[in-house]
Design a protein around this ligand. Structure first.
Ligand code: HEM
Length: 152
């Protein structure tokens, strides 16, 4: 069976390291702090780690425990994220991948980058409206894309 992005990254521990390194930047970067505030919300790291794990093919914890895709979208409603903040989020995410020691090969990093570009555009879009409309869409799943996983 093909290894998932989640397994390739290093599983739950890797998702936690990535989420922690990313969130540390969100509450200290001058642009991101405008939306995140300076007072950390401790559960953010665990929720982000669980979300990323599910998206990248790991356990379905965000669907099972935290309300699934609709809940994630709702967390971003009304935030009024601007383009500079969206780009800062992407840059912080990729820098966090380095800090967390995730695999550095080009294919893995390009899939990570494509995901965060795509996901932040959705967050940016829903953040311009006070509420999110009803939806049963599942948590999106992200895989290796047409090239498949790197050969060993
Ligand atoms: C791939 C894109 C993104 C993902 C996967 C993501 C993920 C998350 C998660 C998991 C949460 C916590 C939800 C919960 O408690 O269950 C959250 C909340 C939040 N996100 Fe995002 N997010 C993304 C994009 C953005 C962007 C671009 C911004 C702003 C620049 C942003 C700002 C926030 C804020 C302010 C909160 C609420 C405060 C908090 O939980 O600490 N997010 N996001």
């Amino acid at each position: 069976m093909t290894v998932t992005l989640y397994e390739y990254a290093g599983g739950t521990d890797a998702m936690r390291r990535l989420a922690q390194a990313h969130y540390d930047r969100c509450v200290s970067d001058p642009l991101l702090v405008q939306v995140f505030g300076t007072t950390p919300r401790p559960e953010h790291v665990e929720h982000l780690a669980v979300w990323l794990g599910e998206v990248f093919g790991g356990p379905s914890g965000y669907t099972d425990r935290y309300g699934g895709h609709h809940a994630l979208l709702s967390h971003h409603a009304g935030l009024g994220i601007n383009e500079a903040q969206r780009v800062a989020f992407v840059e912080a995410f990729m820098a966090a991948a380095d800090e967390a020691g995730l695999p550095a090969d080009a294919l893995f990093r390009s899939r990570l980058y494509e995901y965060v570009e795509w996901g932040t555009r959705i967050a940016h879009s829903v953040s311009q409206h006070p509420t999110v409309g009803p939806s049963d869409d599942p948590v999106p799943l992200w895989d290796w894309g047409p090239d498949g996983p790197p050969s060993k």
